[in-house]
Write a protein that binds this ligand. Sequence first.
Ligand SMILES: NC(=O)c1ccc[n+]([C@@H]2O[C@H](COP(=O)([O-])OP(=O)(O)OC[C@H]3O[C@@H](n4cnc5c(N)ncnc54)[C@H](O)[C@@H]3O)[C@@H](O)[C@H]2O)c1
Length: 153
Amino acid sequence: MPLGLKGSALVTGAGGGIGRACVEQLLRDGCERLVISDIHKDSLQETARLAKKINPEAEVVVEAGDIGLEQTAQSLVDIAVKNFGRLDYGLNVAGVAGELKPIVDISTKGYDFVQDINAKSVWLCERAQIKQMLKQEPLPTQLSEMAILLRNF
Ligand SMILES: NC(=O)c1ccc[n+]([C@@H]2O[C@H](COP(=O)([O-])OP(=O)(O)OC[C@H]3O[C@@H](n4cnc5c(N)ncnc54)[C@H](O)[C@@H]3O)[C@@H](O)[C@H]2O)c1
């Protein structure tokens, strides 16, 4: 059963396997306003194409960018707010595998790269997203909507 998601979502890594699956599921669950981002423009555009197939009415803002850069997280939140007035869901999926070698052969630079994308960028995204969410009125939940319906019954 679709979740009837209201509000808007931001998905990073949206050109990859998990990110694309998240975009598709958000749309199937009723979310109609999304910002999708990835460093790879072609795979991001393919996700946008698939999104339009699932819900042609959905507003999908496509913004390529490197989530490893400090300013990207905030600028993606700003784009969501500019287009949709708020942000309700953050799916921070962009990630890298890094050097696929035995631990003794992994360079410090390679280790730092993985940490920067898989850990630090997720925190940067969460910080920017939560900062925005704390400024907003929360969305009515399905439970609170049901309570209103029952009260008026
Ligand atoms: N697939 C799994 O079973 C699995 C399990 C556990 C964890 N993970 C982790 O979850 C994350 C996503 O997995 P996936 O299978 O979708 O991987 P994926 O490689 O298919 O997708 C990752 C996406 O992140 C994007 N990306 C990488 N660096 C970026 C950057 N600097 N800025 C913006 N986008 C960037 C890539 O372009 C890619 O589209 C990865 O970190 C992966 O290691 C995956």
